[in-house]
Design a protein around this ligand. Sequence first.
Ligand SMILES: *Cc1c(COP(=O)(O)O)cnc(C)c1O
Length: 395
Amino acid sequence: MSGDLIFQRLANRLREIGRLGLLRRRLTRNSPQGARIVADGREYLAFCSNDYLGLANHPRVVEAAIETARRCGVGEGASHLITGHSTVHERLEEKLAEFSRMPRALLFTSGYHANIGVITALAGPEDAIFSDALNHASLIDGVRLSRSPVVRYPHRDLEFLDEALGRCKADTKMIVTDAVFSMDGDIAPLPGLLALCERHDAWLLVDDAHGIGVLGAQGRGSLAHFGLSSPRIVYMGTLGKAIGVAGAFVAGIDDVVETVMQRARTYIYTTASPTLLAAAVEASLDLVRNESWRREHLAHLVHTLKGALGGAHARLTPSETPIQPLVVGENSGAVALGGALRERGILVPAIRPPTVPEGTARLRISLSASHREEDVLRLAAALREVGVGAAAERV
Ligand SMILES: *Cc1c(COP(=O)(O)O)cnc(C)c1O
């Protein structure tokens, strides 16, 4: 019957995703996030989370959430601009501004909301955006929704960018970049990008999802790592990765933050995130700032992994951050390798296109301060067992 074609088409599309080795499957976790998790009823040593400092299940953070839920309830019931904005939200925004050394900060429900909000608030069809080829999906979607013309520049290519900015006649120009690239772990050349913004009168939007908490003194992020400060910088930090909770914020000079608050639809038209989460973030920020042993231990684990992989080290991307991807190439190869590790009780996610470019499927190893040195050595031994070392030595 011609009226039933929509079902056929949908089923065919799903089959095609499967045929390309691109079907995504979820595990169901039965434990808190951590170095060891129970998933689908089995215990694993896990290298999958962005909980880089091991704070997602920290007793002080959990207690702050519980205590606040008792006092404030669990739901806000309104957007920030109506009655969803609490004293705890207000205080947290001040703390986040201080933490990131920016004049003012504005909370968002997630990094995805924040990126879409900030880009669409600051750029429109008359403007121009310059976006690194390996930027996160939320930046790409923000750029699309802004309807700004976009120049997608080759990864970290300052020369290309300098020329493109020089040719551009748009009113307002904005460079947008991941500070730490989420699937590669390398760091954007932020000082060079800021110099270009100064030369060409542009904004620099820095997405620090994987830098905040991890880089810089006291975990203040990628700007602190480079010692950068400028009214041209618009900073986006997320609170669900190293900070261990959920949410995000945009920070910058007062006029930038005010514009975002007035114009960002992902800020205006959504319910405020629960106050109990803001309280949990406050508790977490104290730990992030004061427990520098977490960052020191993490750096030691990165060093240990590279050392233990020996020759296979060549297949890790050149990353100094806790994101240590092992590029495999073919989708099926990455999935097979992930499966072989899983049989050995170790979880490492296989990342495939479109999350990464075609032909660069990889295992994305992410390290956390909650891992012990012996965990990393066990991962390296398992990788050798499944042939990673041998393959790299042939290269
Ligand atoms: C995870 C991530 C985001 C989105 O943050 P959420 O708070 O998880 O929505 C944005 N940018 C980058 C680079 C990310 O890795």
